[in-house]
Design a binder for this molecule. Sequence first.
Ligand code: ZN
Length: 73
Amino acid sequence: MMMKENFTPQALKLWERVPAWAQEKLLANVYCTKCVAMTTIINFSGHVVDGDLILSGVCKACASEVTRLIESE
Ligand SMILES: [Zn+2]
């Protein structure tokens, strides 16, 4: 389902620390400004900014670009 080749090594490290159930939850709770609703992010890639993991992908419903920030603890 996820494409690891789209993740930077640093991002992959952070992502793999997230339990699978929590990953699913995060991916299904992304706000889309076009839909003005929560959506599921698909075709996403991952990179790290200031220690936080950023997932960039598209909305499952309307294919607009969406991003999800995952703060590192
Ligand atoms: Zn949307």
